[in-house]
Design a protein around this ligand. Sequence first.
Ligand code: FAD
Ligand code: MLT
Ligand code: ZN
Length: 460
Amino acid sequence: KVSPSAAPQRLSFSRLTQDDLAFFKKVLPGRTVTDPDLLESSNVDWLKSVKGSSEVLLRPETTEEVSQILSYCYSRNLAITPQGGNTGLVGGSVPVYDEIILSTAQMNKILGFDSVSGILSCQAGCVLENLSLYLEERDFIMPLDLGSKGSCQIGGNIATNAGGLRLLRYGSLRGTVLGLEVVLADGRVLDCLNKLRKDNTGYDLKQLFIGSEGTLGVITAVSILCPPKPKSVNVVFLGCESFQKLLQTFQLCKGMLGEILSAFEFLDSEYCPFYIVIETSGSDSTHDEEKLHNFLEKAMTSSLVADGTVATEDAKMKTLWSMRERVTEALTHEGFTYKYDISLPVEQIYQLVTDMRSHLGTQAKSVVGYGHVGDGNVHLNVTSPAKDPALLASIEPFVYEWTAQRQGSISAEHGLGLKKRNCIYYSKGRPAVALMGDIKAMLDPKGILNPYKTLPDDVR
Ligand code: FAD
Ligand code: MLT
Ligand code: ZN
């Protein structure tokens, strides 16, 4: 049996030569980075948990340049890791060995925006927050929002099928992404950059690349459906004594806030058992505030929530949101974090945290739970002062077996990357994984695109 965390063997890709570098410098003058100091941050992931040893970082600006790079790498059998903002949490965005890093950071142009349909087209390297600011000036918003918005890029978001804080309201990228342009492993450009709401002409090929973590192609451009900016937004931060009450609050909230509910998030804490962040987004502030007031009154009088605060001004709303969004960063100060991203029927999501706490006893520094209640997605985080193999052996496979017994997903929104590739069988059957291997072999027969990621070691 393969150990989930075992390092993969280096596959027999070619090694980078001076001739290769000369080719890249010709195609990307001034954008072929070999300085070890500059390479350092691209070789290490955001969590500082995995590290590669790539000797070159390529920064193309156009699809044509990406195509030239891939066609060359394909002919030379050189492996490549596509990289966006490098905020991924499963070790997918950095090389494992000496794979060439292909960064989309310079592919940051907006290609067009239609203010009637709300359809935005842009290059893959646009930073999510920059897209949000661009749209807000035009009275629209992005259909997704993540705590990593200041660094993550739309191409990376699509490659991971990121969920985030607005999925409850606007759905997944599988619905909002209307078109993609992708460069395949051999350099062919696949133009599926539709700007249509409806298109049933054959198989929906773009879906293959959404959530494929750079293993099937490099996403170079995107068209995405963006909702109008809500005219009235409120954020509420509430304390809650038990997870049972939190679930009851969620039910009450769905019933009473209905169409204006846009987020329902939670975090546990040492100060109060649970905090809830609720956001409403609507078009009529009087109507929305009345609904919110009625909901809060009912939640308080039924003793579902203990205390809370409401914000309608931008600055206060940002402060309340940041208490939820900053948990990831805050945990990094505890030392090392073992992160799990599980989806389950919503009633069961917190049981995992409770069971893990009793299972680990004093072995862990802390066992923390937070996440997207509205999507049935909990983030279980176990911290320790430093990497601790004994602790890891107590967490895994316990966490995966626990999840599989309840037919949950061992990766709700972060992907499998390097860290979880061998755990895929806890959530997917062998025939499904074998078919994924066939698709990979068809689109990338030499396996040069993000090797050692997503698919397990026995399917390559
Ligand atoms: P990277 O990390 O650079 O890459 C991620 C994967 O996509 C890699 O496998 C990479 O090879 C591939 N890739 C990147 N760009 C391309 C491309 N153009 N073509 C093909 N493949 C590509 N995730 C959530 O789902 N929800 C959250 O709420 C959330 N919050 C976060 C908060 C914080 C503070 C942090 C640090 C991370 C969070 N994440 C969250 C995880 C992460 O931000 C997302 O996975 C994000 O979508 C990654 O985007 P990126 O541009 O940083 O991609
Ligand atoms: C979140 O919801 O905060 C993100 O997915 C990041 C994390 O899991 O820490
Ligand atoms: Zn999340």
